[in-house]
Design a protein around this ligand. Sequence first.
Ligand code: NAD
Length: 481
Amino acid sequence: MNTLNEVSSTLNASEILSRQRKAFLKAEPPTLQQRKASLAKLRAAVIEYRSELQVAASEDFGHRSYHETDVMELVGIVQSIDYLMRNLRRFMKPEKRHVSLFYRSASAHIEYQPKGVIGVMAPWNYPISLTLIPFATAIAAGNRAMLKPSELTPQTSEVISRMLAANFSIEEVAVVLGGPEVGAEFSALPFDHLLFTGSTPVGRKVMKAASDNLVPLTLELGGKSPAIVGQGHVNSRTMTSIAYGKLSNGGQTCVAPDYALVHEDDLEAFIEEYNATVSRFYPNGPDCDDYTSIVNERHYARLQGLLDSAKQNGARIIELGIKPESAKNRTRTLVPTLVVGAKDDDAIMREEIFGPILPVRTYRNIDEVINYINERDRPLALYYFGEKDADCKKLLRRTTSGNVGINNTIIHVAQDDLPFGGIGPSGMGAYHGIEGFRSMSHAKGIFDQGRWNFPSFLHAPFGKFMELALAITLGKKKSKS
Ligand code: NAD
C-alpha cells in the first residue's frame, strides 16, 4: 500500500483533494463495520509506530520524555479511538424528530451523513494527537481527510506520514507537509470541513481563507487560561494539579493554566508550596529526563523576553525547584519560574505564555476575579480550586470559557465524552464526544409525507375544510365591530 509518499510528492494538495472527493462521491458512505475497521487500523498503527513516534517527538523538541509522549499523546489517541468505536453505532443512528399535528401522518428524522473531505491543520505542541484525534473523528464520521501537521516538528510529521501511508490509501488520507505558505494554500482549499488547531492570529487568517469557499470551520485556538485558587486552598492537592498542568510538556499546552489568581493572604504560602511541588516533581532539577525542552530557539528567546520585560517593570522573578550541582545543560531547558507582581499591561499578562512560567496575581474577593476575567478574551479553560461553594458557583455562572476544571487542570481534555473547544478568540465549535462526530457530519433533516396527509386537503379551491383547519389552528376569527 505504501504509495502515499510517492504519490503525494507528485501531486499538489489541490489535486489530492480532487482525487479524494472523486473517490468519496463514487463510493457508498462507509458502513459502521467499515468505519470501525479503519479506526482499528489506525489504533494498531499507532501502537506499532509507538517507539518511532517517541524518538521523533523527543528529537523535535530537543528533549521530551517518552513517558510524556505516551501519556499526553498516545494514550489520548487510543482512548479516543476506543470511545469512537464503542459509541459509533449510537452516533450514526438516524434520529426521529417530532411532526406537528397539522402535518400528520408524515414522519421526520435526521440522518448523519459524512461531509466528504475534511482538512485538518495541526500545531507542533502535541504533534501526534492533535493530528490523529481529528483524523479518527473524520473517519468515524465516514469522511476522507487531508492532514497538514506543523513544520516545527518535522521528524514527527514524517513518521505520521509514513505510518498512514503504510496503512491507508491516498484516497482515504493524505499528509501535506510544509510551513506557513503551504498552510495558507491548504486553508484556501474547498474542503467540506476544516478543523484548525493553532494560535489565534493564524486562526484569523485561516477563517478568512476558508470564507472564500464558505468552508465550515472548527477553530481550536489558544489564549490565557486562569487558575483561581479559592481563599485558604493553597494545599498539596491544588499545587500538584497546577504544577502538573503548567509543567507538562514544558508548559507548551494550550489548556495549561496560563496564570494564577491567588487570594492576597495566601501569596507567600503559594510561592512556598509551588516551590516544594516543583522539587518533588523533578528531584534532580529541570535537566532530568522527565522535563521537556522548549521547542526551538525562537520560542526560547520569546519566553526569556517575557521574563526580562516583566523584571524590568518591577516584577519578582522566582526560579523554582532543585538546582543541580552539575547541570547537563540540555538544549533549551527553561527552569520552572514564578512571576509575582507583573503589571496588567506587561506582555506576560497580555500574551499567551506557552512555557513553564506562571505569573501570580492576587485578589481580595471573587467579584474582583470575575471582573478581571470578563475584561479579557474568553479563555479556552478556567480552573477553580476550592469548595463548590457560593464563590465557585458565582464564578461559573458569571464567566464564560471553553471548558472548566474544578480542583483539576487539563484533565478535562482527556474526557472523551465532553466537547472540547473554546469560545470567541479561544475557538469556535468543538470536537471530542458526539460533538466531534456531528461537526464532521451533515445533519440532514428528512421529511417523509405519509399517504394520508392533512395538508393535502388544504390546497385551492379553498372551502369549508380549510375554514375548519384554520379555526383549529389559529382560533375563531374575531369580527371587527
Ligand atoms: P500556529 O498557529 O503557528 O500553527 C498552526 C498550524 O498553522 C501549523 O500547521 C502551521 O504550519 C500553520 N500556519 C502557520 N502560519 C500559517 C498561515 N499564515 N496560514 C495558514 N496556516 C499557517 O500555532 P503553533 O505555534 O503551531 O501552536 C501553538 C498555538 O496553538 C498556541 O496558541 C496554542 O494555544 C494553540 N493550541 C490550541 C489547541 C486547542 O486545542 N485549542 C491545542 C494546541 C495548541
